[in-house]
Design a protein around this ligand. Sequence first.
Ligand SMILES: NCc1[nH]cc(CCC(=O)O)c1CC(=O)O
Length: 314
Amino acid sequence: MRNIIVGTRQSALAMTQTEHVIKDLQALCEKHGFSFEFGIKKIVTKGDQILDVTLSKVGGKGLFVKEIEQALYDKEIDIAVHSMKDVPAELREGFVLGAIPEREDPRDCLITKNGAQLDDLPEGAVVGTSSLRRMAQIKAYRPELEVKWIRGNIDTRIKKLQTEGFDAIVLAAAGLKRMGWEDRVHQFLPVEISVPAVGQGALGIECREDDEELLALLRLYHHPQTVTAVTAERTFLAACNGGCQVPIGAYATVGNEGTDEEGLITCTGLIGDPDTSQILKSTKQGTDPVQLGLAIADELMAQGAQRILERFRG
Ligand SMILES: NCc1[nH]cc(CCC(=O)O)c1CC(=O)O
C-alpha cells in the first residue's frame, strides 16, 4: 500500500479542490484495483503571501505553482492539484500533468449586493475584479460602470463585497460551485460577454514524469475533451506569450460525441485593453487544437494585439 501525498495551497478553494480530487482518485483506485492511500500536505506559496497586491505588479508567471513544484521535486509530495488557469505554459523539467479531469463550469459570474444582473447595475456602480481580462470586458460591455481592483481569496472577496463599497464582484463560477456556493451567484456571464481565462474551470494534476504507477492511475482520470479544449486555449496563450496577468482569455469546446461534429473544436481567443476598453476577439473552428490556438493568435496579432500585450507583459 503506497501513501500518496497530495500537495495543495491552503486556501479554502484549493483545499476543497484537493479533497474533491482525492475522492475521485479513491473511487478510481477501488474500481481498478489500485492500492493507494492519500494524504494532504498544505504549502504556502508566494502568490498566497502577497494576495493584497496586484499580481501583475509583482510579476512572475506561475506565482502559485513554484513552491509546489519544489515540494514535488524534493519528494515531499507526489501529486500537486492546480487550477489549470494558474499553471504556466511550461512545467518544470521532469514533471507532467498526469491528468486533466473533466472541466467544471468555465464561466465568470457576478455576485451583486442587491441581486441585480450586469445589465441592471446603475451608472457608476462599482464592480470589483482581480483580473485585467475581466476588467477590460466589463468596461467594454458597460462603459458607465466603475471597475475597481479587489484582491484576496474568493471568501475574502465575497466579504469585501459587503464591507468595502463594491456593488458587484466578478469571480470564476467553478470556484464557487466547488465550494458549494452556487446559490450566491446572481448571474452566470455568457462567454459572449466575458471570455473566461485560459483553462478556467479545469484542474491539472501534476506529478513526476517517472512516477509510472501513479501515472497509470491518473491516466484513468484524464478527460479527453477537456484536454483538447484546454490545449487549444493554452496554445493560444503561449503563442501570445502571455501569463495569467495579461488581459487574455480563451474558451474552447469540443463538438458533441456521436454527432457529425464529433471532434470539431470551436475556440474563441480574446485580448482586451482595460485602459481603452478595446476588445480584440476571434473565433475559429478546426480539428487540431494546436493549429487552432496558433491560428487565433495569428489573427489577433493581425488585428494589432501586440500593442496591448507589450504594455502588460512587464
Ligand atoms: N486566480 C485565482 C483562481 N484560480 C482558479 C480560480 C477559480 C477556479 C477555476 O478557474 O478553476 C480562481 C478564483 C477566481 O478567479 O475567481
